[in-house]
Design a protein around this ligand. Structure first.
Ligand SMILES: Cc1cc2nc3c(=O)[nH]c(=O)nc-3n(C[C@H](O)[C@H](O)[C@H](O)COP(=O)(O)OP(=O)(O)OC[C@H]3O[C@@H](n4cnc5c(N)ncnc54)[C@H](O)[C@@H]3O)c2cc1C
Length: 393
């Protein structure tokens, strides 16, 4: 059994993109930090082909990664700017389009492979001398008067003033702390794949709201598009069972020629979709961050962007507390993070949930109102500007 006698400022549990960004950001702010990682990110290589999981990173997420000095290495490896975005409904000819030029940003978002992002964050952490307890999961968290002790299943002990749970949507730390969640099971799965299309994507992202759920095409550097097709679980099962040619035909028939014929598809993967919001973000000497605190429908491509906004706020709050020599794990300090983040994430999650419900109305007078509302937004510069500001952070 190894016990670390050194007391850290912060122990971060979870080496996903949110946990590693938090570790880098807090270390950069001068705090003593260690990461507890069950599965350290695998090394990424362009030669291994595209990671099926990609994320659209908003400009404020890119600004954080630049500040952490990892963005340039990501950009050099592979990242696709999104210069415009169009949204349409299956049952109307109206299109809601945004242009990067309107946002004052070089791109509305950047499409980055999740494996690439995690690898670059992990490398930066190690290169900067960051401490890692690798291959270890937490078996117990003992919160004391002035510090917490993490008991790891490899026998290690980690002492810190504050433990940050960045251990994903299933967050064992959140569950052990008895923090409940508000949850909605969408009974949908998101199918992801990289597809070759007859027409070029022109660096535009496209989203089509189908009766069963949204279908997104995100541009990739190699000219293909990454799709995220959210659909009822039983339908997703059928789609996963098709051979590549059958899948391309099925995709082509619902994408309404957005990018012409679907010529080829990579293997596919699917993810069950939930909205899940923690009812509290803190327990004694414990704080939730990223998907451990909030999981949202991917229709707006915002899940990790919200997690990176948590990172920014946490860094501000803990830097302020350290400057004032306050206890970093004190509940009053943690509230300065919890209050704004919980309300912002709650609002965002319910906005995406509302959109999902709204676009699922396919018949009757409400469907007419929906079409009218969509048309109004598409033709209203003010409404479009507001939406653009929200999406780009
Ligand atoms: C189909 C789909 C599309 C998406 N598209 C986008 C998008 O375009 N833009 C966007 O911003 N977001 C998107 N998201 C959301 C995004 O993928 C997630 O929000 C993000 O990956 C969550 O990161 P995280 O670090 O919080 O959690 P995770 O990536 O889940 O990391 C959690 C980490 O904790 C570790 N862990 C778990 N338990 C323990 C333990 N007991 N001890 C130690 N470690 C532990 C895990 O091994 C893992 O490394 C999408 C999601 C889906 C499903």
């Amino acid at each position: 059994m190894r016990s670390s006698s050194r007391q850290l400022d912060v122990a971060i549990v979870g080496s996903g993109p949110a946990g590693l960004s938090a570790a880098l950001s807090l270390k950069q702010a001068g705090l003593e930090v260690a990461v507890v990682s069950r599965d350290w990110p695998q090394s990424w290589s362009a030669a291994d082909g595209y990671d099926l999981r990609v994320v659209a990173l908003a400009p404020d997420a890119v600004a954080l990664l630049s500040h952490l000095q990892v963005w340039d290495t990501i950009l050099q490896a592979r990242a696709q700017p999104v210069l415009g975005m169009c949204i349409e409904e299956a049952d109307s000819a109206t299109r809601l389009c945004f242009d990067a030029a309107e946002s004052g940003e070089p791109a509305l978002a950047w499409i980055v492979e999740l494996g690439l992002l995690a690898d670059k964050l992990a490398r930066a952490w190690v290169e900067r001398g960051g401490v890692v307890h690798d291959g270890a999961a937490v078996s117990e968290l003992a919160a004391g008067e002035d510090h917490a002790v993490l008991h790891l299943d490899n026998g290690d002990r980690v002492r810190a003033k504050l433990v940050v749970a960045a251990d994903g949507a299933g967050s064992p730390l959140r569950v052990a702390a008895g923090i409940g969640v508000e949850q909605r099971d969408y009974q949908q799965r998101a199918i992801v794949a990289a597809v070759t299309t007859a027409q070029p994507h022109q660096q535009l992202a496209r989203q089509r709201f189908l009766p069963g759920g949204p279908l997104a095409f995100l541009p990739l550097v190699d000219g293909r598009s990454s799709i995220v097709w959210s659909t009822a679980s039983a339908h997703a099962e059928q789609l996963l069972g098709l051979d590549d040619a059958g899948f391309c035909r099925a995709l082509g028939s619902v994408s309404s020629g957005m990018l012409g014929e679907i010529l080829a598809s990579s293997p596919r993967a699917a993810f069950p979709l939930h909205m899940q919001l923690a009812r509290r973000y803190q327990a004694p000497r414990l704080l939730l961050l990223g998907d451990a605190a909030h999981q949202v429908h991917p229709l707006a491509g915002q899940g990790l962007n919200l997690g990176l906004r948590d990172v920014r706020r946490l860094t501000e709050v803990l830097s302020w507390a350290a400057l004032g020599e306050l206890d970093l794990g004190a509940s009053a300090v943690l509230r300065r993070y919890e209050r704004p983040q919980r309300s912002e994430n709650w609002l965002a999650a319910h906005a995406f949930d509302g959109l999902e419900r709204w676009f699922a109305i396919n018949e009757g007078p409400l469907a007419q109102i929906r079409r009218g509302g969509f048309e109004w937004i598409a033709n209203s510069p003010l409404a479009k500007h507001w939406l653009l500001r929200r999406a780009t952070g």
